[in-house]
Design a protein around this ligand. Structure first.
Ligand code: MG
Length: 420
């Protein structure tokens, strides 16, 4: 067909459609009439939740449809109020097509602009809901989520082990670090903030004394020397200390070539974070307490961090995490998501990590909860030698083993009950 003819045909075909249909009618016509590639037709019929206490309170979300399939998602950390917030979404979602994931997310977000949709429990609840929509979209189309996100850059997702060491100098630490090495992890994270440090002279103020800073350095030195030098090490301060302390610690930790120093100060003051980052060569990571792309935009633009660490089950969900990763990529910054959720949420995170070029490493934080971790999904253990192979099954690709998960149910809460 010549270019002239094709152009003429397209022009001829487009004009009557544009003239005959208003936009919603056109969208309906495309969905209803297009053949043979018709989209699956689904309607949301119910949304239910269950609350567990494992790594903090977590809310599992299920979205049911008129076609017998349901999607599952998970929200964490700021998830205490999630069931009530999700119940508030129900009326707007029932009857909707769940495959319009981003549009439904935007509708729920804008609906809540005057009731907290800028962060916290509202966005956390929305994150769990959005992940369930993606699981549903995958199951409806028969595709893994990474495929719906544009395909994958990698098959295996590198995980780092958060080591849960209350005192890294204690004898049991050796055993724990040996376990991390034996299980093939190539990176780990440790905490150095310590409320019970005897050299802490005030119970409220978090200006670290020199004694505290020496204790922090000795902890990092001990762990650094206990694992192979090729193993990457991240250090978390949990956003507790003040700016002067953060600068001193970042400087003192320079010889250890950290993967990142996490939240040396709270996340809110971008200028403070930027100042600390510029004061030393220690890379700064931050993100688990920031929400959506707007929480990261200025911090990235001002060069306030070296690594973004959003919590996907809290910051807005899979699409939002991907947008944050893309924003970071535009500033040559890697993406290393905070992740404390069950194998369901963790595999959901793996789909995002597979779909972006600037993925560095993803958190795994269940070393002290192995019984739960191994039994939580029917597929069993999903980490092999420090990596998760992203599932090729439709949706997230793993399903809850209720017998195990229900052992963690928060007493007095309901378990995926209708209209609870
Ligand atoms: Mg942290």
């Amino acid at each position: 067909m010549s270019q002239y003819t094709r152009r003429s045909m397209l022009k001829g075909a487009a004009l009557p459609i544009a003239g005959a249909f208003a936009l919603p009618t056109l969208a309906a016509a495309i969905q209803e009439k297009t053949t043979p590639y018709q989209r699956p037709k689904l309607k949301i019929t119910d949304i239910r939740t269950a609350q567990v206490l494992v790594h903090g309170p977590q809310t599992h979300v299920r979205i049911y449809t008129d076609q017998g399939i349901f999607g599952q998602g998970e929200a964490t950390d700021a998830a205490v109020g999630a069931p009530a917030i999700i119940k508030g979404f129900r009326r707007s979602l029932i009857g909707q097509d769940p495959l319009n994931v981003d549009a439904l997310w935007e509708r729920m977000r804008t609906m809540g602009i005057f009731s907290g949709a800028q962060g916290g429990q509202y966005v956390t609840a929305l994150s769990g809901l959005e992940i369930a929509l993606w699981d549903l979209a995958g199951k409806a189309t028969g595709l893994p989520i990474y495929q719906l996100l544009g395909g994958k850059f990698r098959d295996k997702i590198r995980m780092y082990c958060d080591t849960d060491m209350p005192d890294p100098l204690a004898p049991e630490t050796h055993e724990k670090l040996q376990w991390v090495k034996d299980h093939g992890f190539t990176a780990l994270k440790m905490d150095i903030d310590e409320a019970r440090d005897p050299m802490r002279f005030d119970k409220v103020n978090w200006t670290a004394s020199n004694g505290e800073i020496d204790r922090m350095v000795s902890w990092v030195k001990h762990v650094r020397e206990s694992v192979p030098k090729e193993m990457d090490l991240a250090v978390d301060m949990h956003g507790r200390y003040d700016a002067a302390t953060a600068k001193k610690v970042a400087k003192e930790l320079e010889p250890f070539r950290l993967m990142w120093l996490e939240e040396p100060v709270p996340a809110e003051d971008i200028d403070a974070m930027t100042d600390i980052r510029q004061s030393s060569s220690t890379p700064i990571g931050c993100g688990e307490n920031l929400y959506m792309r707007w929480g990261f935009a200025e911090l990235l633009h001002k060069r306030g961090i070296d690594v973004v660490t959003p919590d996907i089950q809290k910051t807005g969900g899979l699409s939002e995490a991907r947008k944050i990763a893309n924003l970071a990529e535009a500033h040559y910054i890697p993406f290393a998501p905070h992740c404390v959720v069950s194998p369901i949420g963790t595999m959901a995170s793996a789909h995002v990590c597979a779909s972006i070029p600037n993925f560095l490493v993803c958190e795994w934080h269940w070393i002290s909860r192995m019984d739960y971790w191994k039994g939580w999904v029917k597929e069993g253990e999903i980490i092999d030698k420090g990596y998760i192979t992203v599932s090729d099954r439709p949706g997230i690709g793993v399903e809850m083993n209720e017998e195990v998960a229900r052992r963690a149910q928060i007493p007095g809460t309901t378990w995926f009950e209708a209209n609870a």
